[in-house]
Design a protein around this ligand. Structure first.
Ligand code: 2P0
Length: 335
């Protein structure tokens, strides 16, 4: 659409998602095509709200994150994404982007997932791109591969796709995974809210290039995914938790074996992992997963969430704990 098309300004809200089967490694960094399929739960907490407004009078894009001008890598990733929206829409106006995160940015808490899901949805609307949810998911993937999954409620799979170039681009998107009777709690332990020392992008690249364990994990991840789908259909928390925990620990093992090693897990992470083992030996089903950071997310029955939160707080004094459940896919804010 040309200048003056519908859109012009739009606001979207998206929630983070936590992968139960992890995405780690890209086979095409420009198109952001993952090596492996991944499967996640979208949360009902810590949303990102993003407004995109076209400004024909501006010379460059303006990007603010939580009220401050974005700089460096963050700004570059957002402006690259706006470039993609301009190429697709044929509308070359600069944009004013305002993003509010309720999750610490870059701390391994899926801020890029909620961030690029919200930016894709608001940006597509502002630039007048007519995309269905699959198209929006594919678009969000270009910002951050995990963002493709935050377009959907509850559980979602991101397909790694096949082939190269346009074929790979078309085949890599997320879609919902049925889990009709599964509504667990995810207790998020924020043991450290600082930004990570190594970006996930750099860490993935190093892992794929140097870790002798990477291929073995990718192969086992395919088997984990198939088992995970049936466990979700059955609503079997123990099976879902066991598969998620081993998949996450395996992903961290690939990083620990990279040269030089990438280690996101801290002493507080390990203390929380120990508390999860103690909960299980006390008969409370609880299972841990960790992303590109020291924070731990513990999957459990909703009825056990308060007990799990207490155990986690005891293990890592001073950490903040947020209890989530399955939440909504990204949506435009109207009015
Ligand atoms: C995931 N993570 O599946 C995995 C598991 C972290 C560990 O996706 O380079 O910020 O933007 O695609 O999405 C974090 O990496 O990486 C991530 P990019 P992203 O949730």
């Amino acid at each position: 659409p040309a200048v003056g098309a519908p859109g012009r300004a739009a606001t979207a809200v998206a929630h983070p998602n936590i992968a139960l089967i992890k995405y780690w490694g890209k086979r095409d960094e420009r198109l952001m095509i993952p090596y492996v399929d991944s499967l996640s739960m979208t949360l009902d907490v810590l949303p990102t709200t993003t407004t995109v407004r076209l400004d024909p009078t501006a010379r460059t894009d303006s990007v603010t994150l939580d009220g401050s001008p974005a700089e460096g890598e963050v700004r570059r990733r957002v402006t690259d994404f706006l470039e993609l929206l301009r190429e697709r829409s044929g509308c070359f106006e600069p944009a004013v982007v305002d993003t509010r995160n309720s999750v610490p940015t870059g701390a391994g808490l899926a801020s890029s997932a909620s961030g690029f899901a919200a930016l894709a949805m608001a940006g597509a609307a502002a630039y007048g791109l007519d995309l269905d949810r699959t198209g929006l998911s594919r678009l969000a993937r270009r910002g951050s591969a995990s963002a493709s999954r935050s377009l959907f409620d509850g559980f979602a799979i991101c397909h790694a796709g096949r082939g190269a170039g346009a074929t790979a681009d078309i085949g890599s998107y997320a879609e919902p995974v049925p889990a009709p009777d599964f509504d667990p709690a995810l207790v998020v332990a924020l043991v450290d809210e600082g930004a990570k020392a190594v970006s996930s992008r750099a860490a993935m690249r190093r892992t794929v290039e140097t870790s002798p364990l990477y291929r073995a994990w990718a192969a086992s991840s395919r088997a984990d995914l198939a088992e995970m789908r049936t466990a979700l259909l059955r609503g079997d928390l123990d099976a879902v938790g066991e598969i998620a925990e081993r998949n996450a620990l395996g992903m961290h093992a690939t990083m620990l074996a990279a040269r030089p090693a990438v280690r996101y897990l801290s002493p507080a992470t390990v203390a929380v992992l120990d508390s999860v083992l103690r909960l299980r030996s006390d008969g409370v089903p609880a299972y841990a997963t960790m992303d590109a950071g020291p924070n731990v997310k513990v999957l459990c029955h909703r009825a056990d969430a308060a007990r799990v939160a207490e155990a986690v707080r005891g293990a890592a004094p001073g950490c903040s704990v947020v209890t989530a459940r399955r939440g909504p896919g990204a949506r435009l804010q109207t009015g």
